[in-house]
Write a protein that binds this ligand. Structure first.
Ligand SMILES: Cc1cc2nc3c(=O)[nH]c(=O)nc-3n(C[C@H](O)[C@H](O)[C@H](O)COP(=O)(O)O)c2cc1C
Length: 246
């Protein structure tokens, strides 16, 4: 079916993207990774909390030092550049404050007392609900949130994914969407990438000086594909096995 020229171009980009395990020794155009990351930052993300960080590694010595921590995968050792996609749940308060400040500015209001009831509800979403969902302390807040859900869910539909583990999933979902936007941007420029979860997170964090609370969602290596770097034809299950219309 023909929808639009943009759709055709988008299909080309999606079909071009393959996980590349070996790259040519060829630098990426200057600024490509930064620009692709700026597009990644436009990705949809949970409550717009933007609990993410993007660590761009372009220094050959650092890429070399990350090789063993990435289990000696050639997708890393032959890469021109790497991006480490990091979830930062711990920054919930700082991000919420910035969203509140932005929303007050959009509303043209200076303080809480100037807000109408609907405006206060919107501000409270970030100022109160988000911290309530993200805060954690030895399972205590998970228990409080689960009890609150149990109490309200028998009367009306209720969002139920409120445990600390659920909130980790929430954060990593958003970071993964950013990683996908990034990989498609790299593909649109005619270059290649490989998402990686095969690494020793503790060693990678040590090399990059990331704190204990930074959680690595994935590493994406980038470069120009070598023909040998694409391992065979792409295999996907037939749509009929995974597509269900309701
Ligand atoms: C979250 C995630 C982690 C992955 N980790 C690795 C990895 O550590 N090493 C690797 O060679 N490929 C890795 N891959 C790539 C997958 O194996 C690849 O996407 C899959 O085989 C489909 O191939 P395609 O991307 O070429 O379509 C990963 C993919 C994803 C989405």
């Amino acid at each position: 079916m023909n929808f639009s020229a943009n759709f055709d171009r988008f299909q080309e980009v999606v079909r071009h993207r393959r996980s590349c395990r070996i790259y040519e020794q060829q630098a990426l155009p200057a600024g490509l990774v930064q620009q692709a990351l700026e597009l990644a930052m436009l990705s949809p993300n949970s409550s717009n909390m933007q609990l993410w960080e993007f660590h761009h590694i372009s220094t050959p010595a650092v890429i070399r030092s990350l090789g063993p921590a990435c289990l000696d995968q050639k997708a890393v050792s032959t890469a021109s550049e790497l991006v480490v996609f990091v979830a930062r749940r711990d920054l919930f308060r700082e991000r919420a404050d910035r969203l509140v400040a932005n929303q007050l500015k959009v509303m043209g209001k200076e303080k809480r007392s100037d807000l109408s009831t609907p405006e206060r509800k919107l501000i409270d979403y970030w100022d109160r609900l988000m911290p309530l969902l993200y805060r954690h302390c030895c399972g205590f807040w998970t228990l409080v949130r689960k009890l609150a859900v149990w109490w309200t869910a028998w009367r009306k539909p209720q969002y139920r994914e409120v445990s600390e583990t659920d909130m980790r999933v929430v954060a990593h979902k958003s970071v993964s969407l950013a990683a996908q936007t990034f990989m498609l941007a790299i593909a649109a420029a005619g270059y290649d990438s490989c998402p990686l979860e095969g690494f020793d997170s503790s060693r990678v964090k040590k090399i990059l000086g990331l704190g204990k609370r930074s959680e690595i969602t994935m590493i994406v290596s980038c470069g120009k594909r070598s023909a040998a770097g694409i391992y065979g034809e792409r295999f996907r299950l037939p749509p009929a096995d995974v597509y269900f219309q309701h």
